[in-house]
Design a protein around this ligand. Structure first.
Ligand code: AMP
Length: 422
């Protein structure tokens, strides 16, 4: 293991890292920083949570510092494109934090909000631009952004770009970049389409790979609660009686589901907010800020909204619904247990979701421990699958297990018992 001062980083960056409280580089930082400082193209196979932002931001700041520009006539010399607003904001915040003693200026542009503040920032003169693809193209077309002087280009979360249908936008942006440049390409997964895209962007790249998507962090304890669909809400409320859960990020599959969970939690005096694509940008940002400040205890998110959300010290992720794509499970639980911290991921699985659980266990090559003894055990083991994809609300009337108050008993959550033992 190395220290930051062994990576040939300049003093002003080492100073900010010390202020950030970073002690040692993460594996991707240790490997990628020297490559980028050498001016070599990089293919980084890494997901959010591995420290990849600093792995590219630190060497970019250093490379740009060797040739400082001043004032409003600065040319944009580094461009980072990333699929979501949340990621874009976080990357810009990282550049500002690590670069605070360098004199370099960064700004961020993303869609869904009025452009005037963004164009004003651009007109002040910037060195580094962080952008989502749609708004970037828009502002390029309006003449607010010129990419002729880009020296270092970063494509972040390439697989997500593809999933979200941004690939054509990305290709248009690539056409506007100078041919002679350094390029860094990051993706959590490397399906053939991504490998092909990388080959069109990178020139003799070096590859750096950390925690492939099929592996879940060793530091995250994972548990499954088998529970009937209709008992998920009571189980969640029961688990949240545990005051040692200071905050938790809860995942639902749909926006509608997220709103419903928030509504019921709030009715039960558990402060919760939702973050998903239907919320205005301000509302999402506010929810995230409240959650980080722990004034909101529970943040309920859908996958797209949560991808890459950067929350330090997030100890609990709860999968209210299991995702039907196994990789998504890995991404979700990657929100906790970051940088070696301990995390716990609790997943609710109803009878129909057992199929998803099998896929997840196959992907991560291990069995997730089932909490056998909890207040709302699964009764309906063989539900009739509803027609089409839609799942109907559970019909609770009739059987003694499902009617009225749930079959509740006192219990100590197993994950907690385990944590006490450790
Ligand atoms: P990222 O994968 O870039 O989203 O980073 C994940 C989280 O790890 C962020 O909260 C960073 O602030 C934090 N982080 C990155 N590098 C380090 C480091 N070397 N030491 C401690 N925390 C870090």
């Amino acid at each position: 293991m190395k220290y930051f001062n062994e990576l040939n980083l300049m003093p002003s960056l080492l100073k900010s890292l010390e202020e950030e409280g970073y002690q040692t580089p993460t594996p991707i930082q240790e490997e990628a920083i020297p490559i980028v400082l050498d001016g070599i193209d990089l293919l980084g196979c890494a997901q959010t949570g591995t420290g990849k932002t600093a792995a590219f931001a630190l060497p970019i700041l250093q490379l740009l510092s060797t040739n400082m520009q001043r004032g409003r006539n600065r040319k944009i010399r580094s461009l980072i494109i990333t699929p979501t607003r949340e990621l874009a904001i976080q990357i810009d915040e990282s550049f500002k934090a690590y670069g605070r003693h360098t004199g370099l200026v960064s700004t961020v542009i993303f869609g869904g909000v009025n452009q005037s503040k963004q164009t004003q920032a651009l007109q002040q003169g910037i060195d580094i631009l962080v952008a989502t693809p749609g708004r970037l193209l828009d502002l390029m077309n309006q003449g607010f952004v010129h990419l002729n002087d880009i020296e270092i280009f970063v494509l972040d979360e390439a697989d997500r770009m593809l999933d979200m249908g941004f690939i054509h936008d990305v290709k248009k942006i690539l056409l506007a970049l100078p041919k002679k440049r350094q390029s860094l390409f990051f993706s959590a997964t490397m399906p053939p389409e991504i490998t092909k895209l990388a080959a069109t962007i990178l020139h003799q790249p070096q590859k750096v790979e950390v925690t492939p998507v099929s592996s879940t962090a060793e530091t995250v304890k994972q548990f499954i609660y088998l529970v009937d669909k209709g008992n998920k809400m009571p189980l969640l409320i029961e688990l949240l009686k545990d005051k040692t859960i200071k905050t938790a990020l809860v995942f639902t599959r749909t926006k509608h589901g997220a709103d419903k969970v928030v509504r019921i939690l709030n009715k039960n005096h558990i402060k919760a907010e939702a973050i998903h694509g239907d919320k205005a940008q301000n509302a999402r940002q506010r929810a995230l800020t409240n959650f980080k400040a722990q004034t909101t205890r529970i943040l309920v998110a859908t996958d797209i909204a949560a991808r890459g959300i950067d929350i330090d010290d997030l100890a609990h992720v709860i999968n209210y619904e299991l995702p039907n794509v196994a990789e998504t499970y890995v991404h979700r639980i990657g929100r906790t247990g970051r940088a070696g911290a301990n995390g716990t991921a609790l997943s609710f699985c109803d009878a129909i979701e057992k199929e998803y659980l099998r896929d997840i266990e196959k992907l991560i090559s291990k069995k997730i421990e089932v909490v056998a003894d909890h207040a709302f055990p699964l009764m309906d083991h063989n539900p009739v699958k509803p027609p089409k994809q839609e799942q109907r609300p559970a019909r609770n009337a009739g059987t003694p297990h499902h009617s009225g108050a749930p079959n509740k008993k006192e219990f100590i959550p197993k994950w907690k018992a385990k944590m006490i033992k450790h």
